[in-house]
Design a protein around this ligand. Structure first.
Ligand SMILES: C[S@@+](CC[C@H](N)C(=O)[O-])C[C@H]1O[C@@H](n2cnc3c(N)ncnc32)[C@H](O)[C@@H]1O
Length: 374
């Protein structure tokens, strides 16, 4: 059976492993950046359609050591790339190099491209063109200390791009990170979620999709595997139908999102509508200073502003103090998880975290902290 690799934001590999097992996929290994699993190609379609945490699903095809361009060229030619696309389709090489003798990424990508297109020339007398954005075949080349890992992409656009987000606020969370954080928070999918600073609504929309069992890939129009020669339309249709059959329409509880910015709330509503979950989410324009519990019990998740720009931090101190005051006085006996990339601001909360998890929000190292307001 083919082996695939699901990549995920740093800090989510353990949660992704559990998710892939729940999807019935056979996990064979784990790295900091993701999880290996063995499955049929239909299983790969399933992971692309249903994984909420993966960034993309890759199909590793070659591993080797190379120090010289000729070695690299010859090693790439060991694998038959002509089986994936026709010479009339397009190709993209994505190279990422660290601590290696050949360190020029562009040169390296060109050498790999030459080795691949020469296979097509030999077989057909024609070759695929290189296309930067929407290539039919994307080849990922990762090199660390002269050790090459070559994989073909099966996802196309990154999987966090679910297709429901029409509009984002400044600094929105990636959808797969938001879904991963909800897993790390051990949210039970059966109790209300409350977000005091909902922005474009990512936490709540992802939570609602989980609770309603809406597959995250159902809104997307295309995936990389659809461009490959072995694409099995019947298998894909089967996976889509199965996912649709498992959706729920209603829930016995609701989701609640607040934000001080009226435009953010308008965008969040629009995004929720486009994701098909607006009937279970209540959005309201309100400052964190005055929020009262909208229900008796639930879990709070918040991604407050970090103050990435100079000068922001002073203004934000007051916001964090308001947040702390609201939690202590209005939300006694609630649990709250806060994602923040700014240690100083978090210290201003003057609350003691009962759990601390390190995750990356893009390139920012963040802490995901649990506070029990007991
Ligand atoms: C980092 S963004 C949240 C992004 C959100 N997680 C998403 O995925 O789109 C922080 C949000 O906090 C909101 N905010 C800032 N100060 C606030 C306050 N005093 N009360 C409520 N919301 C506030 C901002 O309007 C912004 O939408």
């Amino acid at each position: 059976m083919p082996e695939f690799f699901a990549s995920a934001p740093k800090g989510l590999a353990d949660a992704l492993e559990i998710e892939l097992k729940e999807l019935g996929l056979q996990v064979t290994g784990k790295a900091a950046s993701g999880v290996f699993f063995e499955s049929s190609w239909e299983g790969c379609y399933r992971a692309n359609l249903r994984s909420r945490l993966a960034s993309r699903i890759l199909k590793p095809v070659l591993e080797f050591t190379a120090y010289q361009p000729d070695e690299l060229y010859n090693q790439i030619r060991r694998h038959d790339f002509t089986k994936y696309i026709s010479p009339d389709q397009t190709l993209l090489i994505d190279a990422n190099v660290k601590e290696s003798k050949m360190h020029d990424q562009r040169f390296l990508a060109m050498k790999v491209k030459d080795a691949i297109v020469d296979q097509f020339r030999d077989k057909y007398g024609r070759r695929p063109d290189v296309e930067n954005r929407f290539a039919d075949l994307r080849v990922y080349v990762k090199v660390v200390k002269n050790q090459f890992h070559v994989a073909i992409d099966t996802s196309g656009a990154s999987l966090f791009q679910r297709g429901y987000r029409k509009d984002a606020v400044e600094a929105p969370l990636k959808e797969n990170l938001a879904a991963g954080l909800l897993r790390l928070a051990d949210w039970d999918r059966q109790s209300p979620l409350v977000d005091f600073m909902t922005g474009s609504g990512t936490f709540l929309i992802e939570g609602a999709m989980m609770a309603l069992n809406i597959a995250p890939g159902l809104h997307r129009k295309s995936f990389g595997f659809m461009k490959l020669a072995n694409f099995d339309q019947a298998a894909w249709d089967r996976q889509v139908q199965e996912a649709i059959d498992e959706e729920r329409e209603e829930l016995p509880f609701q989701f609640y999102g607040f934000d001080i910015d009226r435009r953010a709330i308008a965008k969040a509503k629009e995004n929720a509508r486009s994701a098909g979950v607006d009937h279970v989410i209540n959005f309201k324009t309100e400052s964190v200073a005055t929020i009262q519990p909208p229900v008796e019990k639930g879990l709070i998740v918040i991604n407050p502003p970090y103050g990435a720009r100079i000068g922001d931090e002073d203004n934000l101190r007051d916001v964090y103090r308001d947040l702390s005051h609201t939690l202590k006085h209005n939300f006694k006996n609630w649990d709250c998880w806060i994602l923040s990339g700014n240690k100083d601001l978090i210290a201003d909360l003057k609350l003691k975290a009962s759990r601390r998890i390190f995750v990356y929000n893009g390139s920012i190292e963040c802490r995901f902290l649990k506070y029990s307001m007991h």
